[in-house]
Every structure is written in structure tokens, then in C-alpha cells.
Design a binder for this molecule. Structure first.
Ligand SMILES: N=CN[C@@H](CCC(=O)O)C(=O)O
Ligand SMILES: [Zn+2]
Length: 423
């Protein structure tokens, strides 16, 4: 006997998962089963087929002709931090550049000082709040970075919180050590010494099982490609997989470095070079695009998604949720920006937040799709068809969210949770 049957599904999205990310024009293929149903047993999908098949289950849910997709995956977030930076919005409006705010001790460094002061409990509560908001927007798995400690104690605290969230909630969380996210205010001119300190943490982090990935911010005035290469090589030897904040504002060789080191992802890529695009296309490194950040920073130029896809690269989309350059947990909004600003098709967008996002976060075939034997992580959407979601932007289309076959979010019932935000 099945535990659960979801029936009367208008469109059931079944992104193709074959152990590797979808590349180039494969991203336009999105299998959709109309008038569908599926069953769940012991947390896994046990059957998928037409709605009128007459399958038995202990509980039956009428999807009312709505769309059902695998749970969304957000493969680039800075989930754990303290404080907020609304004061910087006025600076940005006055024309101060993102990197100049950082240079003058604000930006990332302002969040570092709040995060260092916060207790573990405060940090946990705040991160949990943001996590629930991600869940409420249809997300069932994500990646979370450290990077607001820039010292041993706070970086480890951030990573432990991500692990505790993974243990106490049902959302899958891939954890990333981003110790070299910026140069601490008191270490200017001593970058090498700081990088050595971060490099020395890699083995401890790996041995404690605190991170799956290591990441670094490769950017003019932050870390050079050479410094990034040294840190990432050490991370690879320590057994961590690699990610890199690459070519966000200036083209500094970060994407080329990511591919040459076999990194799982290269993220941002607004200023990626032609060479970087060709190298990505010939590799399995996933290009994680963050159009919410470009939008939030008020830039005209977006990452060249069309060029990347036309050349044959694998593209994923993420929020980049953080307190400075993209303050939203709403991956659905990012899907709209991908349509409007990156000119990605609806099929490419759904693949970019499911199967390709699963590869970007290192979940491989375990997440991002619905298949018999796979975990039943899925979202029911209040939309008439899958093309509708990117089209109707800025609102939450989630009806309900299930993880391992259990309902973990139901719009109307849980909405009250957000009445008082923890800051
Ligand atoms: N660019 C570097 N790091 C983050 C921003 C973090 C912040 O501003 O607090 C990003 O991915 O956009
Ligand atoms: Zn980031």
C-alpha cells in the first residue's frame, strides 16, 4: 500500500537527470506529463502515471489541475549571518560602487562585524527564519556558505549552524567554507598571512565533516586569480569540492581557473571572457548565474546566459541570498529575472533550478527530479501551466511543499510564521 497519492495534476514536470548536468540545447528539454499522478511510499516515489489509473494509497491529495515540480534547489546562498545593511541602499542610490563600500570597511565587512558579535543561538534562529522563507517559496534543497567570520571561530560557528539546520530540518543543505570572502579590515597588506590562516583550516573542516565545498571571492581588490588558485588547490588536496565567485564585476580569470581546477561551479560570470565561456562549454563545471544580484546592484549588464547556453555550457540559477548584494530568499523572483533579463526560456529556467542546480550543489541525481525510487521532494504550484511562473513575477506561487513525502509547507496555514522577522 502506498502512503500518499497526488492525483489530478495538470502538469507534472519531470526534468531529465542522467548523472551529469544538462548542457547547451539539452536545457530546452523538459518532459511534462499532463493529467498525471504519482504515489509515495516510505518517503520515495513509488509510481508515476496517468491520473485515472486507480492507484491505492492511505492518503490521497487532489492537486486540482495544478502544476507539480521537483522541489526547487537554490545552489548559491549566504544563509548564515547577523545584522542587515539597509543603510547601504542610500549609499548605492548616491552612486557609491559595491567594491568601494567594501573598501571603506562596509559591505561584507560590516556583516562580518555583526556576525562575529552574534551568539550561536541568535545566528541559528535568524538562519532558520530565512531557511523557512526559502522553503515557503518551494525550495527543498540548497547550498549555504560561511564567509562572514573571516576568523577560525566565527567561520566554524557558521558552518556548524548550517549542519545543525540540516539535522533539525528536512531540507538538504550543502555546506561551503568561504573563509576567503574578503580581507578583514585589520589584515590589509597581510593578505598572504590571512590566506594561509584560512588554508590551514581546510583539513580541520574536512575532518569534522563541516563543509562539502571551498569557495573564494576572485575579484579586483579582493583576491587575485593566483591567490585563489593556491587556496583552491589546497582545498582540493584536503578533499573538498570547489566553487568560485568568479568574474562578478571584473574579468579576472576566475572562470578559467574554475574549469582548469575541475571546480563544481563558477558563480556570477557577469564579466566572463570568451575564453571562459568556451572552457565552460567543454567542461562539466556548472555556470551558476545570479541575476538577482545584478538587478539589486543596479547594473545594466547581466551574465551572458544565451551565449553560455548556445556555446554548450550547463547553467544553473540561484538567489545568492545575502544581506548586501541580493536580499531575497525568493528563487521564483530569480526565475522571472532569468526570463526577462537573461532571456532564458521557461524550459531552460526550470532545468536551471532543478537538475542543474542539483549538480551545482553537489547532490547529483539525488535531487532535482522525480523518479521512481528517488526521494519525494516536490512542490505543488498555484499556476495553470509551468510557463506561467516566470511570467507572473514578484509573488509567491507556492501551494504546498513536500519533503520525503511529508508536507512541510502549506501556504495559508504557515503564512503567520513571517509576521515577526528576527534580525
Ligand atoms: N560577491 C561576493 N559575495 C556575495 C556578496 C556578499 C555581501 O555583499 O555580503 C555575492 O556573492 O554577491
Ligand atoms: Zn555569493
Amino acid at each position: 500500500m502506498n502512503d500518499l497519492l497526488i492525483y489530478n495534476i495538470g502538469q507534472l514536470l519531470l526534468p531529465l537527470s542522467a548523472g551529469v548536468p544538462l548542457k547547451g540545447n539539452e536545457m530546452s528539454r523538459l518532459p511534462v506529463l499532463e493529467h498525471a499522478a504519482f504515489a509515495v511510499k516510505d518517503g520515495n516515489v513509488s509510481w508515476i502515471g496517468p491520473s485515472n489509473e486507480g492507484i491505492h494509497a492511505a492518503e490521497k491529495v487532489d492537486a486540482g489541475g495544478k502544476v507539480v515540480s521537483p522541489g526547487l534547489i537554490d545552489p548559491h546562498t549566504h544563509l548564515v549571518f547577523a545584522g542587515s545593511r539597509e543603510d547601504e541602499l542610500a549609499l548605492k542610490q548616491a552612486g557609491t560602487a559595491y567594491l568601494d563600500i567594501l573598501k571603506s570597511g562596509g559591505g561584507i565587512l560590516s556583516t562580518v562585524s555583526s556576525t562575529r558579535k552574534a551568539s550561536e543561538e541568535e545566528l541559528f534562529k535568524k538562519a532558520e527564519f530565512h531557511l523557512m522563507r526559502m522553503l515557503s517559496h518551494g525550495v527543498t534543497a540548497l547550498e549555504a556558505k560561511s564567509g562572514y567570520g573571516l576568523d577560525r571561530e566565527t567561520e566554524l560557528r557558521q558552518l556548524r549552524i548550517a549542519r545543525k539546520l540540516q539535522e533539525t530540518h528536512h531540507i538538504r543543505i550543502a555546506s561551503t567554507f568561504l573563509g576567503p570572502h574578503a580581507v578583514p579590515a585589520d589584515r590589509k597588506g597581510k593578505e598572504e598571512e590571512f590566506l594561509k590562516e584560512m588554508t590551514d583550516l581546510l583539513t580541520e573542516i574536512k575532518e569534522e565533516g563541516l563543509a562539502d565545498f571551498a569557495d573564494i571571492f576572485c575579484e579586483t581588490g579582493v583576491f587575485t586569480a593566483e591567490q585563489c588558485s593556491k587556496f583552491l588547490l589546497a582545498a582540493k588536496s584536503a578533499g573538498l569540492k570547489l566553487k568560485i565567485h568568479a568574474d562578478e564585476i571584473h574579468s579576472t580569470g576566475g572562470t578559467e581557473l574554475a574549469v582548469s581546477l575541475g571546480a563544481q561551479t563558477a558563480d556570477h560570470l557577469v564579466a566572463v571572457s570568451e575564453e571562459g565561456i568556451s572552457m565552460l562549454a567543454a567542461s562539466e563545471t556548472v555556470a551558476v548565474l545570479l541575476p538577482g544580484t545584478t538587478f539589486y546592484l543596479g547594473k545594466e549588464r547581466y551574465a551572458p546566459a544565451r551565449r553560455l547556453i548556445e556555446e554548450g555550457a550547463a547553467v544553473a540559477l540561484a538567489t545568492d541570498f545575502n544581506p548586501g548584494s541580493c536580499v531575497t530568499e525568493n528563487l521564483q523572483l530569480i526565475m522571472s529575472l532569468a526570463a526577462l533579463k537573461l532571456r532564458m526560456s521557461a524550459e531552460e529556467i526550470w532545468n536551471a533550478v532543478t537538475v542543474n542546480a542539483a549538480h551545482a550543489a553537489g547532490f547529483g541525481e539525488e535531487a532535482g527530479t522525480l523518479k521512481v525510487g528517488g526521494r519525494a521532494d516536490f512542490t505543488i504550484w498555484n499556476i495553470p501551466n509551468y510557463r506561467y511562473l516566470p511570467y507572473h513575477f514578484g509573488v509567491n506561487h507556492t501551494d504546498s511543499v513536500y519533503i520525503a513525502g511529508e508536507k512541510r509547507w502549506e501556504g495559508e496555514r504557515h503564512a503567520g510564521l513571517f509576521l515577526s522577522e528576527t534580525r
